[in-house]
Design a protein around this ligand. Structure first.
Ligand SMILES: [Zn+2]
Length: 408
């Protein structure tokens, strides 16, 4: 009797499906810095060890909730509007402080209001396929293990209308936080006018612009207080499972002096704490000149795109790296990958780029909604995942890694 090959050997699609389902079932609430985040990383560590990779853990501390950080910024801005009634200039100072705190915060330069948010212990799992010779090139893949909280803000109808009316160009106008900062600047100017003249035409403007902080404050508080965590099958167990396939595929055929590292980060959803720790701690061990980061996040459910980071102004991945991606896309007979400008938020590539590394995040975007499919929703379950698309993503990034590895 002839037994079919597939009856005994699981396909790569099966491997992804099994891993995502196991992680989803055993560790359903993988909040940033939680026990389940760590347990999911431990299970992945076993998978890497089984494939002969060496494991290291990198502990760090990071804020528990990005939405709490944003709520504080919005709250200080709203407080500024209240104080404005009696002391316009003091109100303006509060609003400028909220804006400056956010500017420093989202560029990982300094944390002011973030200090008010409790921090959690988290860790990065670092699995290495060592080079056989002194390292000339290092390709680091990363994927985050934690899952996002959900709330009213992610209601599909709400986001659909926001995205539908968002301007396509210039890219900066697509970014919500740019609009918020602009509202604070205008509020401050109005406060100065109020304090120095006797015009009285702007209370409606003042109230209207304050809504730019008040509405987000309510939405952020709702997320923080209800504390519901999504299953995160697409965002980002799909990326984590892809790392396991890459551990298998990249065992052979690479130059001796190329090191491949697979990192499962923690605390991405609470503000990219894992990638920030990675950039900080590995600075000496992984020189920027020889290291490239490929971030895999949400790799199922739409067209493969490369992300342009930046919460306020666009932060592009290096053009040579984008050219390499396009060369690989051409080789595999697909169209060139398009850039994606997220309306808000960032990926693990952001702190790495800002630390001077070559980095890019690859994600899949659902054309119809102009967002990742099931973005931060309870429907981000394994049943709604296209494991085939995850494997197709691995096909492209594996080729990309081989290109980068043979690059001098
Ligand atoms: Zn993600």
């Amino acid at each position: 009797m002839i037994r079919s090959h597939s009856a005994t050997t699981p396909t790569e699609v099966d491997v992804i499906r099994r891993l995502v389902r196991t992680l989803e079932r055993r560790f359903p609430r993988r909040a940033s810095g939680s026990v389940n985040e760590r347990r999911a990383q431990e299970l992945l560590a076993e998978e890497f060890e089984r494939r002969g990779l060496s494991i290291a853990w990198q502990p760090f501390r990071a804020s528990r909730s990005l939405y709490a950080v944003l709520a504080w910024h919005n709250a200080v801005a709203v407080a500024g509007s209240v104080v404005f009634i009696w002391q316009p200039l003091v109100g303006a100072l509060l609003q400028l402080f909220a804006g400056i705190s956010y500017l420093l915060d989202c560029h990982y330069r300094a944390y002011l209001l973030r200090r008010l948010v409790p921090r959690a212990r988290s860790q990065n799992l670092i699995a290495t396929l060592p080079a056989a010779a002194p390292v000339r090139r290092r390709v680091v893949f990363t994927a985050h293990a934690d899952a996002a909280p959900t709330g009213w803000m992610f209601e599909p109808a709400f986001l659909y209308w926001i995205q539908r009316f968002a301007p396509q160009r210039p890219a900066i106008l697509r970014r919500h936080m740019f609009g918020w900062l602009a509202s604070l600047v205008v509020l401050s100017v109005l406060a100065v006018i109020r304090a120095t003249t006797d015009w009285w035409w702007f209370p409606i403007w003042y109230g209207g612009l304050t809504l730019a902080s008040l509405v987000p404050l309510v939405l952020m508080l709702q997320i923080v207080l209800t504390n519901r965590i999504v299953p995160g099958a697409n965002d980002n167990l799909s990326g984590c499972a892809a790392l396991v396939l890459l551990a298998e595929r990249l065992q052979s055929g690479l130059p001796d002096d190329c090191e491949v590292v697979l990192v499962v980060t923690g605390c991405e959803e609470s503000g990219r704490g894992g990638a920030e720790a990675l950039a900080r701690e590995m600075r000496d061990e992984w020189p920027a000149a020889s290291t490239t980061f490929l971030v895999l996040d949400t790799i199922s459910g739409g067209d493969l795109r490369y992300m342009v980071e930046g919460e306020i102004w666009p932060i592009e991945p290096p053009s040579e790296l984008v050219e390499q991606i396009q060369a690989v896309a051409r080789e595999t007979g697909r169209e060139a990958l398009r850039a994606y400008h997220a309306p808000a938020g960032a990926t693990d590539a952001a702190p790495l780029l800002l630390a001077g590394y070559d980095a890019v995040c690859l994600s899949r975007i659902d054309e119809r909604i102009d967002l990742p499919r099931n973005y931060h929703l309870p429907t981000d379950r394994s049943g709604n995942l296209s494991c085939e698309q995850a494997v197709e993503t691995v096909d492209l990034v594996e080729r990309l890694a081989r290109h980068l590895a043979s690059d001098s």
